[in-house]
Design a protein around this ligand. Structure first.
Ligand code: GLP
Length: 242
């Protein structure tokens, strides 16, 4: 594991954007694993600026997002699909046909999860998986208790996660109780992992990840077994880690 600490969250986000750009420069038809969450907003802002400045094309890139809420249609503004459209898909030359998220409105969610897992494999697997860290140590929507061998599946969200994500929903609208997420084993199959952690609210889970030992009580700690994991953190999240 490689840990890089930056003074400001914008610097950590810029470093993540640079890693994504480097991946695409090296492999224009890269398969990218994308993430959502407030941390990623700055990453995508930085990436969009960089793409424009460098005239770097994502035209041949394929993307797979980590997760999606169950019960939300793709057009729903609270869906991760709509979020990705706002932050990246609509602001780059990505081919919409090559941008993938689990379908939150699928009639058979477990079948959708299996289809999604197979689609990633059929695309040749993920070259780079971008990840954020939940306050309770979740990655994607793999909540505490998620085993290392978990695959893409339907999960029930914890009260902590639903509360943390409340702010992305209009007042009076309930945060969905379930989601489809890539599993820990699926994430570990990506060729490189990039975990971006910013803000003081992430200090405790990041400490738990860095100090180990890896355990299902903190799903992000299970990533430490990966041969190419980079953690990009700001000072507020890293504390005295280095
Ligand atoms: C959501 C996403 C996760 C993300 C987490 C942290 O729960 N499903 O993939 O890592 O939020 O988000 P934030 O950056 O808003 O703290």
């Amino acid at each position: 594991m490689k840990l890089e600490i930056f003074e400001a969250p914008q610097q950590a986000a810029a470093a993540a954007a640079e890693r994504i750009a480097a991946c695409v420069r090296a492999k224009p038809a890269a398969v990218l694993g994308l993430a959502t969450g407030a941390t990623m907003e700055e990453v995508y802002r930085s990436l969009v600026a960089r793409l424009e400045a460098e005239r770097l094309s994502l035209g041949q890139v394929t993307t797979f997002n980590l997760d999606e809420y169950l019960g939300l249609a793709a057009e729903d503004p609270a869906s991760y699909r709509a979020t990705m459209r706002r932050l990246l898909f609509g602001l780059s030359d990505l081919d919409p046909a090559r941008t993938h998220l689990p379908r939150g409105e699928a009639a058979d969610p477990q079948a959708e999860a299996s289809r999604y897992e197979a689609a990633i494999a059929a695309a040749g697997g993920l070259d780079l998986q971008l990840l954020g860290l939940g306050r309770n140590g979740h990655v994607g929507f793999n909540e505490p208790g998620s085993p290392a061998d978990s695959r893409t599946r339907v999960v029930r969200l914890s009260a902590t996660t639903r509360k943390a994500n409340r702010r992305h929903f209009p007042p009076g609208r309930a945060v969905p109780e379930r989601a489809i997420t890539l599993g820990i084993a699926t994430i570990l199959e990506a060729r490189s992992l990039l975990l971006v952690v910013t803000g003081a609210a992430k200090r405790a889970p990041l400490r738990r990840v860095l100090q180990g030992p890896p355990g299902a009580d903190c799903p992000a700690s299970l990533l430490l077994g990966h041969h190419d994991l980079t953690v990009l953190a700001d000072r507020a999240a890293a504390g005295e880690a280095a």
